[in-house]
Every structure is written in structure tokens, then in C-alpha cells.
Design a protein around this ligand. Structure first.
Ligand SMILES: Nc1nc2c(ncn2[C@@H]2O[C@H](COP(=O)(O)OP(=O)(O)OP(=O)(O)O)[C@@H](O)[C@H]2O)c(=O)[nH]1
Ligand SMILES: [Mg+2]
Length: 583
């Protein structure tokens, strides 16, 4: 394939602005998919993506159009998966920046645009959903023109739903984006921008070829691990793996590497052929720092199985981070780092579905830095003398001006420090600095509810700062359960203690004996609730001898028990930790 006829691009936007739907229309117009086989958001191939209606993984696809090859990468919009966006953007020359005409520019529109600009990509601004009755086309164009400092006439408009304007967009992609650079003759060099573990074929590298070409049977070498393998198959993404003779400079495709030692293959690494000394490696990706941590334990299973599954999954999710850990209550497990709570939920679901595990996940927390100090006197035992540092983030909120009051009130109730205000059109961009712990759980839901769904947010880590935090312990039936401990700003400790034991009381079922629930600071009890003992026989209340009903009830009780975990004497449901977060 002549390099001049290749165009590589991503579609980026805020969540839900229609990227995957636009990709559908492109697949249709280019004849990549038969209309009869077409279904909405064709590139959202994971069950989880379809159930949740969001894209989680980047997804490349190769299309033929006119005399051109178009390599498209659909990206997720949710902030927890922005690492997928930044990797995708390294593999292409241009980005279609999509903006929903009924919503205008939102927080991830800006965040993703900044990543694209940082990669010096050509941006094609496009207004989507022009078919909607509520579409504010010219307003949105005005916002984009101001943001990109361009003329409104350069902004395209489409309806990804009806297909209007999409053919024109394809032609503009060909006109406006440069063809990929690189030398077809010469040493082979390619970037791994994603990967996948295949039980039968080993690791499959998703690559962008920079120079040279690779053929089936060629020897390949991973730059960082210096490990050699043979490319047992190369090919293109055509909604399935389509083998080809070769992959050359400027192309996007896959290489079946056969590698089973998973530490040898790294996303961001450079693949070359025999002589790495002749090739300069491509600058790798900046590995994202996890925002939240939680511990994963295998329910009644082998921790080694969990380790292998985490390794395999992390090939396909390189923002997942894990290290071994052990707990008195749960045994061997892993402390895992995530980019947000949705990321955590998705990883848990994927491990359970794709690797058939049953997991216990402890309460997610941000990573605190703690300087331990010894108590100096007896009284000090009742205080927490440790010094805490916690991560702070820069928070950007975009809101229509009429919700400014409640949005600011919300931020201020969470220890936020106001920094700046700016405007896009008649909407306001508020900038704050705020402790990460204040926003990871329910801030976004609250923000949506105080702004009737119109405000959006984005955040990035800035630094660790000293905080007046104390560690609150939780005692169940007099036994300290480390997994429930949490760090809390000192002024809020009484209230949080009360809330916590009340919530635990709702979530922990009655036991055969009375159970006390206590929140404590050092040795001092802050709050207490009791769960009264259960009646011994659950069927006692069934009069007469209806055996089927009685059996049914006992069965139900038994099934309920399976999802319980023994914490000392107490049986608690597995999902208590996650439920504790849902207020
Ligand atoms: N009316 C209308 N609805 C659209 C259009 N484009 C997308 N939608 C709808 O918008 C919703 C989100 O579409 P997606 O294509 O999943 O959005 P996305 O940007 O891929 O979402 P994420 O990948 O999760 O960020 C779906 O309900 C689509 O049917 C459009 O042009 N017009
Ligand atoms: Mg999508």
C-alpha cells in the first residue's frame, strides 16, 4: 500500500458525545460492515461496554475508502479511561474532535483536546447530533472556534445518527490529515499501543508501524526486555483479526508474538527486528499514577490464580497496577491501583467474567502518605499523632451560569480552594484545588444533580499536601477490622463515625448473637450501634407443614450464605465494602 494513501485518526470527545456511533456510520459508508450485520456502537465489543452503554477500551479498525486506507481508533470518553485516549493518540496523525451540539464543550472535550495538541496532531473539529431538536449548532460552533482559535467555517457538522455529513467528514479527513511519515525500506520499527493475551496464541501486540515492514515468520525483538520472538501472524483490524502478508510503515495492525512470559511485553515499548542497535526506541508512554487503591482477594480460591489473571488482564489494561498483600481477615491478595472508581468496578467485573473468579474487594481509598509517630504519653493513645499527607488535584468544572451558586456551594463543602473562573460562550469554567478523597466517591453524581445534569468535571493530580486527618477504626463485636478503617478530616470525625456504624448496621445481616458496631479513634469510642440477635429458626414462623415452602426458604438462606465472608465470628456479605461507599 502506498503510504501517501493512508490516513490514521482517532475520534475523541467528552463521554457520550457520539464517537462510537460516528464510527458506525463510517463503517457503513466504507462498506467495512454490511448494513444487515450492523448494530449500534459496533466497536463496543465487550459485553460490559454494551451493558453500560459506554466505551471502555480503545478500538482500532481499518477501512477502505476511495483509493485510501483509513485507520480509525475509537476511544472512550469517560475520564477513568483517558489513558486509552493518550495511547491511541500516539498511533495517529489526526483527531476528530467531536462535540455534541446539545451539550456544547464539556470537561473531557478540553482534557482530550489538550492531549491531542500535546502530540501535535491535526485536529478536525466536528459538531455532532445536529438532528436533535435541542441542537445549538451555531452556539457550539462559536465555542469551538474560540477554543481552537479558528474560523467557524472550518468546523464540520454531522449527525452520527442519520449519517448526514459523515461522507463529507471522511473526505475532509483525507484532505486535511497528513499521510504518515516513515521509511518503508530500512529497519523495522513499531510502537505497541495496546495488547491482548490470547490463551492459544500468546500475547498479541497492537502496533503502529513507524518504519520498515514486518512479515509473517519474521524475527521480532522487544526493545525493553530484549526478548526475541517470531511474528507467527501479522494483519489488520477488520472487526476481526484479518491476516495479511505484511504490515508496512504508516500502517496500524497486529502482530501475534506468541510471547507467554507477560513481563516481556509492554505497552509503549518499541518492537524491532534483529538489530536493536540500529533503531532508536520510540519515547514510551507516561505510565499514569493510580488515583485510588483497593485490595482484591479471591473468594475461597487460589491467590496464584488471581495473580495470573491480573497479569493477563493488565496486558489489555496497562493502567492497572497491583502488588501482593496479605490480610488477617482475607489471607493472600493484591493491593490494586486504579484511575477511578469506574475503572475499579470494570476491572473487578472483567476478572470475574473473563477469568471466572469470585472476588472480595475492600473499600477503595486514595493513597495517603503517613509518617508514623510513637505516642508520647498515655493520653496520646486516644489521639492520632501520625502525620498525613494526601493527594490534591486540580479540578475543572464547566457549568451553565445559572447553576454557578449550587456548584460553588458543593465544591466549598468539600474543602476545595477556589482558583479561577473563565468562560466559553455563556458557560463558566471553574478551577479549584481539592483533596482527591473528596471527589472520588460521589462528587460527580452530586455535581450532576445540582446542575440538572449540565455540569461536567475533569481532574488531574497536582501534589501531596499535609492534612489534618485522623484514622478512624471500626470494631465489629469488639474486634478491630482493619479493612474498614479510614482516614477522615479531624473536624468531621464524629459525624462520619455515626454515619459509618449506621450504614454498617443496614448492611450486615443479623447473626446468631448480638453484635456491636463501633467507630473509634485510638481507644476512644465515637459511635456505636448494635445488631440484635437473629431468631434461631428462620422457618419457625411458617405454621403448618408446607414442606416445599420451608425447603425453599432454607435454600434461599443457604444461597444467601454463599455470598458471605467470615470476618472473625461474623458473616458479612462480600459487597459490603463497595456498598459502604454508596450513600
Ligand atoms: N440524536 C442523536 N443521537 C446520537 C447521535 N450520535 C450519538 N447519539 C446517541 O448518543 C448516545 C451516545 O453515543 P455513543 O456513540 O455511545 O457515544 P460515545 O461518545 O461513543 O460514548 P463513550 O464512548 O462512552 O464516551 C447514544 O445513545 C447514541 O445513540 C446523533 O448524531 N444524534
Ligand atoms: Mg464510545
Amino acid at each position: 500500500m502506498n503510504q501517501e494513501n493512508i490516513r490514521n485518526f482517532c475520534i475523541i470527545s467528552h463521554v457520550d458525545h457520539g464517537k462510537s456511533t460516528l464510527a458506525d456510520r463510517m463503517l457503513e459508508i466504507t462498506g467495512t460492515v454490511d448494513k444487515a450485520r450492523m448494530h449500534p456502537q459496533m466497536l463496543d465489543t465487550m459485553d460490559l461496554e454494551r451493558e453500560k452503554g459506554i466505551t471502555i477500551k480503545l478500538q482500532p479498525v481499518t477501512m477502505n475508502y476511495r483509493e485510501y486506507i483509513l485507520n480509525l481508533i475509537d476511544t472512550p470518553g469517560h475520564v477513568d479511561f483517558s489513558y486509552e485516549v493518550s495511547r491511541s493518540l500516539k498511533a495517529v496523525e489526526g483527531a476528530v474532535l467531536l462535540v455534541d451540539a446539545s451539550k456544547g464543550i464539556q470537561a473531557q472535550t478540553l482534557a482530550n483536546l489538550h492531549i491531542a495538541e500535546g502530540n501535535h496532531l491535526t485536529i478536525i473539529p466536528v459538531v455532532n447530533k445536529i438532528d436533535l431538536p435541542g441542537a445549538k449548532i451555531s452556539e457550539t460552533k462559536g465555542e469551538i472556534a474560540k477554543l481552537l482559535n479558528i474560523n467557524q467555517s472550518e468546523i464540520l457538522q454531522v449527525s452520527a445518527k442519520t449519517g448526514e455529513g459523515v461522507e463529507n467528514l471522511l473526505n475532509e479527513i483525507i484532505n486535511r490529515l497528513p499521510a504518515p511519515k516513515g521509511e518503508r525500506v530500512g529497519d523495522f520499527k513499531a510502537l505497541i499501543f495496546d495488547s491482548l493475551y490470547d490463551e492459544y496464541r500468546g500475547a498479541i501486540a497492537y502496533t503502529r508501524v513507524i518504519d520498515g515492514e514486518v512479515k509473517k515468520g519474521d524475527k521480532i525483538k522487544f526493545f525493553s526486555s530484549d526478548k526475541s520472538d517470531v511474528a507467527s501472524e501479522v494483519g489488520r483490524f477488520r472487526l476481526k483479526y484479518e491476516p495479511s502478508e505484511n504490515l508496512g510503515a504508516g500502517e496500524i495492525g497486529y502482530i501475534v508474538t506468541g510471547e507467554r512470559e507477560l513481563k516481556n511485553i509492554k505497552v509503549g515499548d518499541t518492537i524491532c527486528q534483529d538489530s536493536p542497535e540500529r533503531v532508536s526506541p520510540i519515547p514510551g508512554f507516561k505510565i499514569p499514577k493510580p488515583f485510588v487503591y483497593a485490595s482484591f482477594y479471591c473468594q475461597g480460591g487460589d491467590p496464584q490464580l488471581l495473580r495470573k489473571s491480573l497479569e493477563k488482564l493488565s496486558l489489555n489494561d496497562s493502567s492497572l497496577n497491583f502488588m501482593p498483600e496479605s490480610s488477617k481477615s482475607f489471607g493472600q491478595g493484591f493491593r490494586c491501583g486504579f484511575l477511578g472508581l469506574l475503572h475499579l468496578e470494570i476491572v473487578k467485573e472483567r476478572l470475574e467474567r473473563e477469568y471466572n473468579l469470585s472476588l472480595i474487594v475492600t473499600q477503595p481509598q486514595v493513597a495517603y502518605k503517613i509518617q508514623k509517630s510513637k505516642p508520647v504519653c498515655r493520653q496520646a493513645r486516644f489521639r492520632d499523632q501520625n502525620e498525613y499527607e494526601e493527594p490534591w488535584v486540580k479540578l475543572e468544572i464547566i457549568t451553565p451560569s445559572q447553576y454557578l451558586g449550587p456548584v460553588m456551594e458543593l465544591a466549598q463543602s468539600r474543602r476545595a480552594i477556589y482558583k479561577n473562573t473563565s468562560y466559553i460562550g455563556d458557560r463558566i469554567i471553574l478551577e479549584y484545588e481539592i483533596p482527591l478523597a473528596e471527589i472520588i466517591v460521589d462528587f460527580y453524581d452530586k455535581l450532576k444533580s445540582v446542575s440538572s445534569g449540565y455540569a461536567s468535571q475533569n481532574y488531574e493530580l497536582i501534589e501531596y499536601r499535609k492534612s489534618d486527618l485522623v484514622k478512624m477504626d471500626v470494631l465489629i463485636a469488639g474486634q478491630k477490622i482493619e479493612e474498614f478503617s479510614r482516614n477522615i478530616p479531624r473536624p468531621r470525625i464524629q459525624q462520619e463515625g455515626k454515619n459509618l456504624v449506621r450504614r454498617l448496621k443496614e448492611l450486615i445481616p443479623r447473626q446468631m448473637f448480638e453484635v456491636s458496631l463501633q467507630a473509634a479513634l485510638g481507644g476512644k469510642i465515637l459511635a456505636r450501634e448494635d445488631i440484635s440477635a437473629m431468631k434461631k429458626d428462620v422457618t419457625a414462623k411458617l405454621y403448618g407443614g408446607d414442606v416445599t415452602r420451608k425447603n425453599k426458604l432454607l435454600k434461599k438462606q443457604a444461597a444467601g450464605k454463599k455470598k458471605m465472608k467470615q470476618l472473625g465470628k461474623i458473616a458479612i456479605p462480600d459487597d459490603v465494602f463497595i456498598k459502604m461507599l454508596q450513600r
